[in-house]
Design a protein around this ligand. Structure first.
Ligand code: EPU
Length: 293
């Protein structure tokens, strides 16, 4: 019997990943579903167990490069209203995993709560940002986290407090769970100051980064005390194109999709960058984006 038989939630077949990633690249997911709530999610996890189908959790798809041949697994998109709840208690924000970073950042701004200004303009969801501890040098979402509710791959819900959560540069031990929601501890501040700070972040982002073309943000992690973008730039790679994938002329750690880029083009460009940076600086660049296949 097919593993999805009897489930209330709809399972789609061969759903194009280019529709769900900010890169606008990627072949079809073998299975794709949008559970309505944690009950649906739990049943999905149980049902696919027998056939050992790999699970991939999708938020805003802003850090993913999906292979051209597609993704051989079950992509779970946490996109229903249940996964997009946002509320406030004193100076704490309660955010579900599917809330977009722009939404949580403007919610904080409206309520005179500071701490999340640096997220302005970063495409992504709370769940994705927590899994990879999104941020800028010196400011990461993990710094604000007080508690996170997760589901493990057996469908058990757990609440983790600060002591059980380990955040590091662009990683956390939360990535081994399905993140459901988080409590973020904010600081009360004058609304105008928050607005000004958000404006400064947005301005700096627009000045240094290419937001006109689809991309997945920074492709490589920064090596210790260095900027991957600076090293790639010094290799003279800005503007380098393979197919429709192009290294941004504004920020060398961005690969842009100029129209119909394939994952294969992006991967070839990444390999070229890794080779040039290794040869010139003896530095091994590590991808920040996740490659799904
Ligand atoms: N630089 C260059 N050439 C370039 C890009 C950068 O010389 O093509 C130089 C800049 O002039 C600057 C230094 O490198 O002196 C650092 O550049 P930038 O301030 O742009 O920061 P970054 O280290 O390249 C990091 C994050 C970005 C985040 C910015 C905010 C990583 C991998 N990247 O970039 O995050 O937006 O700081 O300043 O940690 C992302 O994670 O997707 C991302 C874009």
């Amino acid at each position: 019997m097919n593993w999805w038989r009897g489930l209330k939630v709809k399972v789609k077949f061969q759903e194009p990943m280019k529709k769900h990633t900010t890169f606008r690249v990627g072949g079809p997911a073998r299975y794709f579903t949008q559970p309505r709530d944690t009950q649906d999610l739990k049943l999905l996890l149980k049902s696919r167990e027998r056939d050992n189908i790999p699970i991939l959790i999708l938020g805003a798809g802003s850090n993913i490069l999906a292979a051209d041949k597609g993704v051989d697994g079950l992509v779970i998109h946490l996109h229903s209203p249940f996964f997009k709840k946002l509320s406030l208690k004193k100076s704490r924000i309660y955010a579900s995993c599917g809330v977009s970073l722009s939404k949580v950042s403007s919610f904080a701004k409206e309520h005179g709560l500071s701490g999340l200004e640096f997220l302005a303009g970063i495409p992504g969801t709370v769940g994705g940002a927590l899994a990879m501890n999104a941020g800028l040098p010196g400011e990461n979402i993990g710094d604000l986290v007080e508690m996170v509710t997760v589901m493990d791959y057996q469908g058990r819900i757990k609440t983790l407090n600060k002591k059980n959560i380990k955040f590091a540069y662009r990683q956390s031990n939360l990535a081994r769970y399905i993140i459901l929601s988080a409590v973020l501890k904010m600081i009360k501040k004058n609304k105008q100051e928050i607005k000004d700070s958000v404006r400064r972040y947005l301005k700096s982002r627009h000045r240094s980064q290419d937001t006109c073309w689809p991309s997945a943000g920074c492709v490589f992690k920064n090596p210790a005390r260095e900027s991957a973008g600076r090293l790639i730039d010094l290799c003279g790679l800005k503007g380098k194109k393979i197919g429709d994938a192009c290294i941004s002329k504004k920020h060398a750690n961005f690969i842009l999709n100029l129209g119909s880029a394939k994952a294969h083009d992006v991967l070839r460009l990444m390999a070229l960058v890794e080779k040039k940076v290794k040869n010139k600086f003896n530095v091994n660049l590590e991808p920040e984006i996740k490659i799904w296949q």
